[in-house]
Design a protein around this ligand. Structure first.
Ligand SMILES: Cc1cc2nc3c(=O)[nH]c(=O)nc-3n(C[C@H](O)[C@H](O)[C@H](O)COP(=O)(O)OP(=O)(O)OC[C@H]3O[C@@H](n4cnc5c(N)ncnc54)[C@H](O)[C@@H]3O)c2cc1C
Ligand SMILES: Cc1cc2nc3c(=O)[nH]c(=O)nc-3n(C[C@H](O)[C@H](O)[C@H](O)COP(=O)(O)O)c2cc1C
Length: 583
C-alpha cells in the first residue's frame, strides 16, 4: 500500500501538527497521486506568482464572521464580496444571513462584520427583524473585545438614512465590541464606496503576516457573472391598464419580450427597470435654475440623473455651493429634515431661488436608480416573456402634483412596440416550496404580481399542493386586477381558494388582514399542515397588519397566550415558512 515515499521531515516549514497531517495524506499516496499533487502545487505557485517563503511558519486561517441583513439582495451580495476578499487575504470567512443568526454564536467570534440595509421607514429588512430585536434587547450577549466593522446600505431619499446600520454599529460598541473600521453609509450608488470599505476593512481585519501566506484555494473558482443579470433591452408587447376607466388608480400590465430569450427568472424574482425622467419636470427645473437652453444637461437629466429626490445632503450642498442665507438658516435651525418631507429638488430651487450654473445643479443630483418590479409571470407558461404589474404613483404635496418617476415613465410614456431596459433581480428568499406543499399568498394591490407567477408555475408543473390567495384593492368593479386569470385558475385547479377584500365597496373598510382573521381556523390548519405563507405589497401598513392578524389568529384558534402566539409566528419566520417581499 505504501508508495515508499520518504515521509515529510520534521524540519519542514510546518508545525508539528501539520507535518503529521501531511504525512497522513502524502505517506500512503500513490505515485500518480503524488505526481498530481506536485503538479498542482507548482501550478498554484506559478498562477499566484508567489515564491515559497521558507522561513515562515504557516498558521490556521483566522475566522471572520460576516453577517448580512438584506431584503433585496444588495447586502447579501456585498457580504459575499467581503468573504471572497477575506479568503484571498488568508482569513476564513463565514457568511450568515441575519435571518438565521443565533446571537450566542457571536460571542465566539473574534472578528465580525455586519452589512446591513435599512427598509420601511428606518426598519430592519423583514427577515432580519427577529435577530435585530434580540441584538437590541436586554438579553443580547456581551461582545467584549470582538473586533468589528459595519457597512450600512440605504437611500438618502429616506429621512432615516441607513438607520439600521447606524444602530447596529452603536449597539456592537455598547456591547463591548471594538470598532476597528469606521462605518460607511452608502446611498443607492453603493458599488464604489462599498468596494473601498471592503478593501479597507479586510486590510484592517487581517492579522499581520497572514495575508498571502495562508493559501486557501477556491476550488469553485470565481463564477462568471451570469449573463441573465446583465441589463438587457426588452420590447413592450402588451401595455394595458387593468383598472377600469372609472377607477382613480392606473395599474399597468406590461408584457415584455426579449430578442435573445427572457432572462432565467424564477417565480418570486423581480426585474429592475431603468426609467427616464419626465421631460416636463426637467424643463421646469432647468427653467427655475436659469439653465433652460442647456440641451446637454437636459438630456443627461432626463436619462441618467435623479432630479426629483431631495435629500438632506442635497440641501447642505445647496447651502454650501450657493451660500444661500435662508437655506443655511434652515440647516442651522435644525429644520431642514422636516422641510424636505414631501418635497422634491424642484421645491428647493423654487423656494430659495439663486442663479445656478450647470455643475452646481448637477452636484445636487445623484445617479438615477432603477426601480424593482415583481415578475408577474412564469416562464413555463409565457415562454420568452416577462410580465410586470405597475401602479402609477401620483399624489399632491405642498401644492404640487407629483408623479413617481418610473411608474409614470411606464404608464405615460412607454407604449406597445417601445423598448425598455431591465435587469433580473433574483430573490431566492421568496421562492415556491416543493410542488406538494400548500401555499397561502397574501397580495393586495400590486402585491399580487408574484402570485400570478406562482399560480402559473404551479399550473405548468402540475403541482399537487394547494394554493390559497388573499387579494384586496379598492373596488370589485374597477380595481380587480387580473380577475379573469384568477377565475381561470380556480376553474383549472391551479388556485384552490381565493378570498377578496374590497375596501371601498362597504361602509366599513375591509382589508386582507380582516379576511385572514375571518378565515383564521382554516389559515391555522393549513399552516399546521405545513403550508408556507407569503406576503407581498405594502410594507408600511399591510404587512404589519397581516402579521398582527396572524398572531391573533393563532392565539384564538389554539387558545394560546399572546406571547405563545407571537412565538408560533416567530417559529414560522425562523423556519422560512412566513416569507415577505414588501416595499
Ligand atoms: C422588491 C420590490 C418589488 C416591487 N414590486 C412592485 C410591483 O410589482 N409593482 C409596483 O407597482 N411597484 C413595485 N415596487 C415598488 C417600485 O419599485 C417603485 O418604488 C414604485 O413604482 C414607485 O416608483 P416611482 O419611480 O414611480 O416613484 P418615485 O419617483 O420613486 O417616488 C416614490 C416616492 O414618492 C413618495 N410618495 C409616494 N406616494 C406618496 C404620497 N401619497 N404622499 C407623499 N409622498 C409619496 C415617497 O417618498 C416614495 O418613496 C416594488 C419594490 C420593490 C423593492
Ligand atoms: C420600500 C423601501 C424602503 C426603504 N427604506 C429605507 C430607509 O428607511 N432608509 C434607508 O436608508 N434606506 C431605505 N431603503 C433603501 C434600501 O436600504 C437600499 O435599497 C438598500 O440598498 C437595500 O439593500 P438590500 O438589497 O440588502 O436589502 C428602502 C428601500 C425600499 C425599496
Amino acid at each position: 500500500m505504501s508508495s515508499g515515499l520518504a515521509s515529510i521531515p520534521k524540519t519542514a516549514p510546518f508545525s508539528e501538527e501539520d507535518v503529521a497531517l501531511l504525512n497522513r495524506v502524502v505517506g500512503p499516496a500513490s505515485a500518480v497521486q503524488r505526481a498530481w499533487l506536485a503538479g498542482f502545487l507548482a501550478g498554484v505557485e506559478s498562477a499566484t506568482g508567489q515564491q515559497p517563503q521558507p522561513a515562515a511558519l504557516a498558521r490556521p486561517a483566522e475566522p471572520l464572521t460576516i453577517v448580512y441583513a438584506s431584503e433585496s439582495g444588495n447586502s447579501e451580495k456585498l457580504a459575499g464580496d467581503i468573504a471572497k476578499s477575506a479568503r484571498k487575504n488568508g482569513l476564513k470567512p463565514t457568511v450568515i444571513d441575519m435571518a438565521d443568526l443565533d446571537l450566542a454564536a457571536l460571542t465566539s467570534a473574534r472578528k465580525l462584520v455586519f452589512v446591513a440595509a435599512t427598509w420601511g421607514e428606518g426598519d430592519p429588512p423583514a427577515r432580519a427583524v427577529r435577530a435585530y430585536n434580540e441584538l437590541m434587547g436586554e438579553g443580547a450577549p456581551r461582545l467584549d473585545g470582538v473586533e468589528f466593522g459595519v457597512l450600512a446600505l440605504g437611500d438618502t431619499a429616506y429621512v432615516e438614512f441607513c438607520a439600521i446600520g447606524k444602530k447596529i454599529d452603536e449597539r456592537l460598541a455598547a456591547l463591548g465590541g471594538k470598532r476597528v473600521v469606521d462605518r460607511v453609509d452608502c446611498d443607492l450608488d453603493f458599488a464604489e464606496p462599498a468596494a473601498r470599505w471592503i478593501g479597507d476593512a479586510v486590510k484592517v481585519l487581517t492579522p499581520p503576516n497572514a495575508g498571502g501566506r495562508v493559501i486557501e484555494v477556491d476550488f469553485g473558482g470565481k463564477p462568471a457573472a451570469p449573463a441573465s443579470t446583465d441589463i438587457i433591452e426588452a420590447e413592450i408587447t402588451e401595455h394595458v391598464d387593468l383598472n377600469s376607466s372609472r377607477s382613480d388608480k392606473e395599474t399597468i400590465h406590461l408584457a415584455l419580450s426579449f430578442e435573445h430569450g427572457a432572462p432565467a427568472y424564477e417565480p418570486g424574482d423581480s426585474l429592475d427597470l431603468y426609467p427616464e425622467n419626465d421631460p416636463a419636470y426637467v424643463d421646469g427645473l432647468l427653467k427655475l435654475a436659469g439653465l433652460a437652453g442647456d440641451e446637454k444637461l437636459r438630456g443627461d437629466f432626463i436619462r441618467s440623473r435623479d432630479v426629483t429626490t431631495l435629500s438632506l445632503k442635497a440641501v447642505e450642498t445647496y447651502a454650501e455651493k450657493t451660500g444661500h442665507q435662508y437655506v443655511k438658516a434652515l440647516i442651522a435651525d435644525g429644520q431642514a429634515r422636516e422641510w424636505i418631507a414631501g418635497r422634491q429638488l424642484i421645491d428647493l430651487i423654487a423656494t430659495f431661488p439663486i442663479a445656478l450654473d450647470a455643475e452646481t445643479l448637477r452636484a445636487l443630483t445623484r445617479p438615477l436608480a432603477p426601480r424593482a418590479y415583481s415578475i408577474a409571470s412564469s416562464r413555463r407558461e409565457v415562454g420568452d416573456e416577462a410580465h410586470l404589474l405597475i401602479s402609477a404613483v401620483r399624489y399632491d404635496s405642498h401644492g404640487r402634483q407629483r408623479k413617481g418617476v418610473a411608474s409614470n415613465f411606464v404608464a405615460e410614456r412607454l407604449k406597445r412596440g417601445g423598448r425598455v431596459r431591465v435587469k433580473l433581480k433574483p430573490n431566492k428568499h421568496f421562492a415556491l416550496p416543493a410542488p406538494d406543499k400548500d401555499v397561502i399568498m397574501v397580495g393586495p394591490g400590486t402585491g399580487v404580481a408574484p402570485f400570478r407567477a406562482f399560480v402559473q408555475e404551479r399550473r405548468a408543473t402540475q403541482a399537487s399542493g394547494r394554493s390559497w390567495l388573499f387579494f384586496g384593492d379598492r373596488t370589485f368593479t374597477h380595481d380587480f386586477l387580473y380577475q379573469l386569470d384568477w377565475q381561470d385558475a380556480l376553474k383549472d385547479g391551479a388556485l384552490t381558494r381565493m378570498d377578496v377584500a374590497f375596501s371601498r365597496d362597504t361602509p366599513e373598510k375591509v382589508y386582507v388582514q380582516h379576511k385572514i382573521w375571518e378565515k383564521r381556523h382554516d389559515v391555522v390548519a393549513w399552516l399546521d399542515g405545513g403550508a408556507n405563507l407569503y406576503v407581498c405589497g405594502d410594507a408600511k401598513a399591510m404587512a404589519k397588519d397581516v402579521r398582527v392578524a396572524l398572531v391573533k389568529a393563532y392565539a384564538d384558534v389554539k387558545s394560546l397566550t399572546p406571547e405563545a402566539a407571537e412565538q408560533a409566528v416567530r417559529d414560522l419566520e425562523k423556519d422560512h415558512r412566513y416569507l415577505q417581499d414588501v416595499y
